[in-house]
Design a binder for this molecule. Structure first.
Ligand code: KIV
Ligand code: ZN
Length: 513
């Protein structure tokens, strides 16, 4: 999708042709209050980030602890496609430990604002420049790529800041970074600073923004407009205080709004986001851009109608482009299309009059000020339509057996009147249920894949405490199915059957009698 306003940018900015992603999820992201990752967890995230296509992974601050050193060392030794970096103060021991950990880049930093120099470092301007130069030279001697940050750059005297940047450039720094340490810059400021730093040093310039004023993404993009070709980001925007610039927001804006190349594999974004949220214990807010649960959810009838006809009406990009999926939420603002779409996701196809009756009941519940769970929606359908609802595939039997050697899941489906019995195996109840559903539907449909699934604990129901969403691929079609259930395995089976029902009800494939 090309924005009609793209021409407004032409001639205004000299945008870099390719932006380098310097990911600091494992360093600044880990500085999020309350977050501490184990070596194994850091390794998992680093592997995922590398697969996502980030250019540099700041794996940690090697001098900080044994575990941190171990993490940087393990990640450096993985042979990832991404370069691996450690943070380091302007201190010989820090640099030694970082280099010994085997990283490719060392990110050396020293503060340049009067506030930090006087109250934190207790150093004069001259001493700061001297130390920065000496340590950049030392790091270069140790054979690593040197990335230099002037901490609190945006509250530094601008003339002094440029003097520091020039001095470290002369000392051999490979690239320089402008940190907006406490998030006080404005986009105009970041744009001008990046431009100035580039003119003065001729080096690749990075911007490192914090979100204290909610401006991190805007400031980072403005830095790129000013000529910065490296962006410091974290997955899900985690980081000190209000966080750092979100990788996903900048990546999407660069590609879809500016048309600038990155190395990011966009369809991997949601997967990595979920991994980081799970391992750090910092949930993604529902309304977070790109990766929040609501980012591609629609409730209003007008929007749902539009999105069903043409997704671009109310979506800036397609959810699949970032590994997300579209959700239609049922509530007060729903219309007939919403009800029909959600019921199809559960494998039900109703007549127009029946959909209308369901909608009336939904609105009556919503008017009481209650969110309607999917379970309640299905209950309404059951009450109003009962067995008249058309569903080619129905789960009729389910048994789960856990033994020492693994799990077995025995399942019975009625497929257009014929009974099919399969047994799935796996290391967990969930795995054995997934196996059972794949066996059953491969049996009737041929090549079918489960691309992704998510399981949620439902806050509304005791009888069916789980909800699941699955994405299947069959005959080249990607279909999202939903299910509710009593256990994780039961729920996944219901969700897969719903997806298969949708497929069968909309394609010309015939199965069973
Ligand atoms: O925010 C900051 O200033 C930092 C530096 C270490 C680059 O994280
Ligand atoms: Zn920072």
């Amino acid at each position: 999708m090309k924005m009609n306003w793209r021409s407004f940018l032409e001639g205004l900015y000299d945008l870099p042709s390719r932006v380098i992603f310097f990911d600091t999820t494992l360093r600044d992201g880990e500085q999020t209050p309350g977050v501490a990752l184990r070596v194994e967890e850091k390794v998992k995230i680093a592997e995922a980030l590398s697969e996502l296509g980030v250019d540099v992974i700041e794996a940690g601050f090697a001098i900080v602890s044994k575990g941190e050193y171990e993490s940087v060392k393990r990640i450096s030794g993985l042979g990832l496609d991404s370069k691996v970096c450690s943070l380091s103060r302007c201190d010989r021991r820090d640099i030694d430990v970082a280099v010994d950990a085997g990283c490719d880049w060392v990110h050396v930093f020293i503060a340049t604002s009067e506030l930090h120099m006087r109250h934190k470092l207790n150093m004069t301007r001259e001493e700061v420049v001297e130390r920065a130069v000496e340590m950049v030279e030392y790091a270069k001697e140790r054979g690593v790529v040197v990335h230099f940050s002037a901490e609190d750059a945006t509250r530094s005297d601008m003339g002094f800041l440029m003097h520091v940047f020039k001095s470290v450039r002369d000392a051999g720094a490979d690239s320089i970074d402008i940190p907006d340490t406490v998030g006080v810059a404005l986009p105009h400021v970041m744009r001008a600073l990046a431009k100035r730093a580039k003119e003065v040093t001729g080096l690749p310039v990075a911007v490192h923004c914090h979100d204290d004023m909610g401006l991190a993404t805007a400031n980072t993009l403005a830095g790129v407009e000013g000529g910065a070709e490296i962006v410091h980001v974290t997955m899900n925007g985690i980081g000190e205080r209000a966080g750092n610039t979100s990788l996903e927001e900048v990546a999407v804006a660069l590609k879809f709004l500016y048309g600038v190349e990155t190395g990011i594999k966009y369809e991997e974004i949601a997967k990595v986001s979920k991994l980081v949220a799970r391992l750090t214990g910092i949930p993604v807010p529902k309304n977070k851009a790109i990766i929040g649960e609501n980012a591609f959810s629609h409730e209003s009838g007008i929007h749902v109608h539009g999105v069903i006809r043409h997704p671009a009406t109310y979506e800036p990009i397609m959810p699949e482009q970032v590994g997300m999926s579209r959700r239609i939420v049922i509530g007060k603002h729903s219309g007939l299309h919403s009800i029909d779409t959600v019921l199809r996701q559960y494998g039900f196809v109703l007549g127009e009059g029946e959909v209308r009756a369901v909608l009336e009941r939904v609105k009556a519940v919503a008017d009481l000020g209650r969110k309607l769970s999917d379970q309640e929606l299905l209950q309404i359908v059951n009450e109003l339509v009962g067995s008249k609802a058309v569903r080619p595939v129905v789960l009729t039997g389910f048994q789960q057996i856990t033994t020492e050697s693994g799990d077995r899941c025995i399942v019975e489906f009625e497929i257009n009147g014929e009974t099919l019995r399969v047994e799935g195996v796996g290391n967990t109840p969930l795995e054995s249920a997934v196996d059972a559903s794949l066996k059953a539907f491969t049996n009737i449909l041929g090549d079918i894949k489960i691309i992704d699934y998510s399981l949620f604990a439902s806050p509304y129901e005791d009888r069916h405490p789980y909800e699941a969403e699955v994405i299947i691929k069959v005959d080249g079609n990607t279909i999202t199915g939903k299910g509710i259930g009593k256990t994780s395995g039961h729920t996944i089976l219901n969700a897969v059957s719903s997806a298969v029902n949708q497929y069968l009800l909309t394609s010309s494939r015939r199965v069973g009698k």
